[in-house]
Design a protein around this ligand. Structure first.
Ligand code: NAP
Length: 248
């Protein structure tokens, strides 16, 4: 018997990095995983790896900032497995830039993916979790949800907003409806996320930063497994996990 046997979990942004590591780990623990992202070639590789290990997976192409995509995705999950135990809101982008460079389209996209994606995902699963009488939502925020850094004003704003929403959800819903909410705040983790940075000034300024040993995506997956395997009376509100060498 594995710790997440018979659980149905949705993971966004599961084609790479932290989301992929969470999907693989949840499947290893026995969960049926519905994985979503935009780039199908990578997503299908993750699905294939899970299926080849004898576990269940469904890959779904979607943009988390699109409400219609969410409706179609949830319909598919319910049709296949009839319930949703877990939602991991992980998809995110980080096109850092200095405010003075006015990369307004990137600001808008970050709000759409990092914030609206979390809100739309929550709205899509909540009616099912309420009618089941249980559920668990895990939002992948960041240390950027606690501390500002140069070039991170809008990215941090999206993560601060995710933190506020998660706490609001916990106070309003978790305490009365048995739907748990956990906020995970990773520090620097070795993934493709910096590839979403296009501002040349950020690229130039980050060359001065001393290198540190980053977290691995599997370190964050371990934190997620910890929260999901607690007994029913335990809501892990928040986990802040940082590289040993990271200051803020
Ligand atoms: N790496 C870090 O240092 C770090 C630290 C703290 C927090 N985080 C957070 O961790 C989460 C995962 O990031 P990562 O580091 O694992 O980076 P990553 O390797 O770039 O993964 C991001 C994932 O999000 C997906 N995605 C992006 N836009 C999407 C959209 N509109 N709709 C659906 N999926 C979308 C990407 O897939 P497609 O491109 O195929 O859609 C990819 O699977 C993010 O929320 C990030 O803010 C990362």
């Amino acid at each position: 018997m594995m710790r997440l046997d018979s659980k149905v979990a949705i993971i966004t942004g599961a084609s790479s990095g932290i989301g992929k590591a969470i999907a693989l780990e949840l499947a290893k623990e026995g969960a049926k995983v519905a994985i979503a992202a935009r780039h199908l070639d990578f997503l299908y590789k993750v699905e294939k790896e899970i299926l080849q290990s004898g576990k269940e997976a469904i890959a779904f192409p979607m943009d988390v900032s699109n409400k219609d995509n969410w409706n179609e995705f949830i319909h598919k999950v319910i049709e296949s497995w009839q319930k949703i135990d877990i939602l991991i809101n992980n998809a995110g982008i980080m096109p850092l830039s200095f405010i003075r460079n006015l990369r307004v389209d990137e600001w808008e996209r970050m709000i759409d993916v990092n914030l609206k994606g979390v809100l739309f995902g929550t709205a899509a699963v909540l009616p099912y979790m309420r009618s089941q009488g249980y559920g668990h939502i895990v939002n992948i925020s960041s240390t950027a949800g606690r501390w500002l850094f140069d070039g991170g004003a809008v990215y941090c704003a999206t993560k601060f907003a995710v933190n506020a929403f998660s706490e609001g959800f916990r106070q309003e819903i978790t305490s009365t409806e048995n739907i748990r909410m956990t906020l995970i705040e990773p520090g620097i983790t070795a993934t493709n996320l910096p590839s979403t940075i296009n501002d040349p000034d950020i690229r130039a300024s980050s060359e001065d930063n001393p290198p540190i040993m980053p977290l691995q995506p599997s370190d964050i997956a371990a934190a997620v497994i910890y929260t999901l395997t607690q007994p029913p009376q335990v809501n892990v509100n928040e986990i802040l996990v940082m590289p040993t060498q990271q200051k803020i």
